[in-house]
Design a protein. Structure first.
Length: 881
């Protein structure tokens, strides 16, 4: 949810509220959405305007969990699910903010745009690391807190709500992702893990505040870190350096009880209740907050609220707050406050049962443990001791008060807000045509919310939860079932064009139909006033063309489905019917016969490409060439040699190998024995040959292509060279892959899920398109320039191209005479230019030029003759020879 301003407040007073901690040999509960967003921001930097570099992001996630494994940390990852009714207004604001960012996108902008398939790539990487993962029904905050308390272990995230939850909270911003080595003291080897008994140093506290302002979370992930000063003798252990927070740190300093903290968070405002609701109370009940150039307004408000709550009970505080409101507003606000407060005290934990049921070794390595009350008392005593020490220091340095140590501006701090909240500030001038509709829907949602039972999962069918919990379904499935809404996520697209996700709407409608027509659990339509059945429909929230606003469209369930959907054993024909019914002009029987010959990890991806070729009006064959080259390179090279994208580091590590290999191959070519494919490999099918490709081929090809994995330098000087029209077509493909990904999971995966981390790199594909668009014969260029050092890679590219070529619609095929005429026109143009130059030279020539040339040559010959003075016998010594 996020409590406004609390992260910045804790960062400013890190010495008081955070303690240093060594993370190792324990369970760790991780907020998957928070980690994935922050990892992507740090990996992409300021350049995320090309649709997503999934390969870099995938490697960063894998390396992160490898570092955790070095320290013997058992991770449990929880992903967010759908949205609740009460959060729809916040979701609408964030969606408008994202649309505003897309409208003003430039390749060097500082706003990070999360690609559509980022969370799915994250889940793929987590599974490949062997880490337990689960998708929650709604936001994962409650599950994270309850699972952390049940296991007695820390929770890793970057959400200010966890300063209110009663958990051990490690802010992600304080984690150093490289393992340190320390000698294990024999005297402390048998003791249980406890918090370190020292306070945060001043430089450490300043670092936390600096990182919070810069909003840099994870950087410089180092796998297998080797320290120069590591102990060489004795038993050692590895740990990660971080800071930990417990609720006692705030309670002990402010003399509060735990029951008051949710009320404190609600007064500050979160995603479910706005701070403006308490405007009258702040103005009359608490007086003016005051202004200071050194202390921000929200930071001052936090101090005032904490001081006020110290002398109040929960009941008295609520009564004073409500007394400052109109009677009409009191009940509504009280319901909102109770809902916001209850979110911090939910104890039901579904994730614990899921991990035990689906993972054999869950909680075996480190059994669950709970902190005793004695441990809590020790923490309180420790905080009081630290407080006394800091008070002594403050008294001796009265000329430097704590609140004046910062250098913040008067503006409201937003470093602790989520990405969507910061984006909303950019799109402040949008139209308000649809806001009334959104508010009406929220009011209806609030009424439905009152009828909700305590267990939020009770309204969902069992078969749906069994597919959702293992993260086989994207989060939007919950919205389709619970809210009957699809909240679109804008991508890098051309703003005047229609929403790039509209191309996949037929698949989305088909998914909605299956969800509501499960055998034995069909959704019954509601009745109108006359007893007539109302259509079962969902609302699509998408981007309006040319306007920074949301477009609401209703789509009804498809009336006829030829096949029954049995959730326990779905038929694979249900997947094929998307192509048969939605694209009647396509030979779907031939398509599914041919796709079986592709490698299993490519089948779903190339089915999406065929769908894209037929449905998109913005793609051409150059887009297709770029996609195939990227898939061949990422799938082949990154699995054979270390993935290194830095140009200097690549040459440093592999430059000598590449130089020697080029000398060997050039020598063989001069002798008439060029490098070819071995005979025993020629007998294998082309896809199977790729397992035996040599590392030397990979080094040479990557050496040639590595510069294309980086943004072109011209974009830093000239934004006009950056084309969102090209990227719009690639965004449409991602939308199709995303919907087929969800449909495939709903039908128990008749095809292996497409791993986009091994298939798609946005900046590389864009540069390939830019490279190929001026080539007359693209296949010739690919063979003789891109894959000139690897015949096997070119054969695999050609194999995939021939598969796609059979299903390219006729209106996208360039005619052969046109290509020939283009070549002939260029040749004739060059001849005409040469003839014009020759004629111009002859016309401007001097008619006496030959005579001048001859006279000049005679003078030169005379000058060359050596003069000899016969009267001077020493004249020959003057001659220079």
């Amino acid at each position: 949810m996020g409590v406004r301003g609390l992260t910045g407040y804790i960062a400013r007073h890190a010495e008081q509220y955070l303690l240093p901690y060594e993370l190792h040999d324990c369970n760790l509960v991780i907020d998957g959405d928070s980690l994935s967003c922050n990892l992507f921001k740090d990996v992409s930097g300021n350049c995320s305007a090309f649709g997503g570099d999934y390969d870099d992001f995938y490697r960063a996630v894998v390396e992160f969990f490898q570092v955790l494994a070095e320290c013997n940390i058992e991770s449990y990852v929880l992903m967010d699910g759908g949205y609740e009714y009460r959060k729809l207004r916040t979701v609408g604001k964030r969606l408008r903010g994202k649309i505003a960012v897309i409208k003003r996108i430039n390749p060097c902008g500082s706003n990070t745009i999360f690609p559509l398939l980022m969370k799915e790539v994250f889940v793929d990487a987590v599974r490949d690391c062997g880490v337990s993962v689960m998708r929650c029904v709604f936001e994962a905050d409650d599950e994270l807190a309850t699972l952390s308390r049940k296991l007695g272990c820390p929770v890793l995230t970057y959400d200010s709500d966890f300063y209110i939850y009663n958990v051990q909270y490690i802010p992600l911003i304080t984690l150093t992702v490289k393992a340190h080595t320390k000698r294990l003291d024999e005297a402390q080897e048998s003791k249980e893990d406890t918090l370190l008994q020292r306070k945060l140093r001043k430089n450490e506290a300043k670092r936390v505040e600096k990182l919070t302002k810069a909003n840099r979370i994870v950087s410089e992930i180092q796998v297998n870190n080797i320290e120069k000063r590591a102990p060489k003798k004795g038993k050692t252990y590895k740990f990660l350096d971080c800071c930990i927070y417990r609720i006692e740190h705030l309670i002990a300093r402010r003399s509060l009880c735990k029951e008051k903290l949710p009320l404190f968070a609600a007064l500050l405002g979160n995603d479910y209740i706005g701070r403006s609701c308490f405007k009258n109370f702040f103005a009359a009940g608490m007086g003016k907050v005051g202004r200071s150039r050194k202390v921000q307004r929200q930071q001052k408000r936090i101090q005032v609220i904490l001081q006020w709550l110290k002398d109040e009970t929960v009941e008295s505080a609520l009564s004073k707050i409500l007394s400052r409101l109109r009677k009409v507003q009191r009940k509504s606000l009280l319901d909102q406050m109770n809902a916001a407060i209850s979110g911090y005290s939910i104890e039901k934990c579904h994730s614990y049962d899921f991990f035990i049921k689906h993972y054999d070794n869950a909680f075996v390595r480190y059994p669950p443990k709970k902190l005793d009350d004695d441990d809590t008392d020790d923490v309180v005593d420790q905080v009081e001791i630290i407080e006394d020490e800091q008070n002594d220091v403050a008294e001796s340095n009265k000329e430097c008060p704590e609140e004046g140590s910062g250098e913040d501006s008067d503006s409201e701090e937003d470093s602790d807000l989520e990405e969507g909240d910061r984006e909303v500030a950019i799109g402040g001038g949008e139209n308000k045509d649809n806001e009334d509709e959104n508010e009406n829907e929220n009011e209806q949602g609030d009424e439905d919310e009152e009828d909700e039972c305590e267990d939020k999962t009770a309204k969902f069918p069992t078969w749906f939860l069994e597919k959702l919990y293992p993260a086989h379904l994207p989060r939007y499935f919950v919205d389709l079932v619970h809210l009957r809404k699809y909240i679109n996520s804008p991508q890098i697209e051309h703003f005047p064009y229609n929403d790039c996700n509209e191309i996949a709407l037929p698949i989305l409608r088909y998914i909605f139909t299956l969800l509501n027509s499960a055998k034995g659990e069909e959704t019954q339509p509601a009745l109108d006033e006359n007893g007539e059945p109302l259509p079962i429909e969902f609302t699509y929230m998408g981007r309006r063309p040319r306007v920074t606003n949301i477009h609401y469209t209703r789509y009804a369930i498809e009336s006829e489905t030829k096949l029954e959907f049995t959730p326990a054993q779905p038929e694979s024909e249900l997947f094929r019917s998307v192509f048969k019914e939605k694209m009647p002009h396509l030979d779907s029987e031939k398509l599914f016969e041919q796709v079986e010959q592709l490698p299993k990890d490519l089948q779903l991806y190339f089915l999406a490409i065929v769908y894209w070729l037929h449905k998109s009006q913005n793609c051409d064959l150059i887009h297709l060439h770029a996609l195939i080259i990227c898939a061949v390179v990422l799938r082949t090279i990154d699995s054979k040699i270390p993935a290194e994208r830095d140009l200097k580091e690549f040459q440093k590590r592999f430059g000598k190998i590449i130089k020697k290999e080029r000398i060997v191959r050039d020598t063989e070519a001069q002798k008439g024995n060029p490098r070819t494919i071995k005979e025993h490999l020629l007998a294998l099918p082309i896809p199977e040959r790729m397992e035996y490709i040599s590392k030397s081929d990979c080094y040479l090809v990557m050496d040639n292509l590595l510069k294309h994995f980086h943004m072109q330098e011209i974009f830093k000087k000239k934004y006009d060279a950056y084309s969102t029209i090209v990227l719009h077509a690639f965004s449409e493909l991602q939308s199709i892959v995303f919907q087929l990904y969800g449909l495939n999971g709903l039908l128990d995966m008749p095809y292996e899920q497409a791993k986009m981390g091994q298939l798609f790199c946005g900046v590389f594909i864009y540069n390939l398109y830019d490279l190929l668009k001026t080539r007359v014969d693209i296949t010739y260029y690919i063979q003789n320039f891109i894959f000139r050092d690897s015949q096997m890679m070119f054969d695999f590219y050609n194999y995939l191209w021939q598969f796609c070529d059979e299903f390219v619609p006729h209106w996208k095929r360039p005619s052969t005479p046109t290509t020939t005429s283009v070549v002939n026109k260029k040749a004739l143009k060059k001849k005409r230019q040469a003839a014009r130059k020759l004629a111009a030279a002859q016309e401007n020539a001097d008619p006496n030029a030959d005579i001048v040339d001859r006279s000049g040559s005679d003078e030169a010959a005379v000058a060359k003759e050596v003069f000899e003075d016969l009267n001077n016998k020493f004249s020959t010594f003057l001659t220079v020879r």
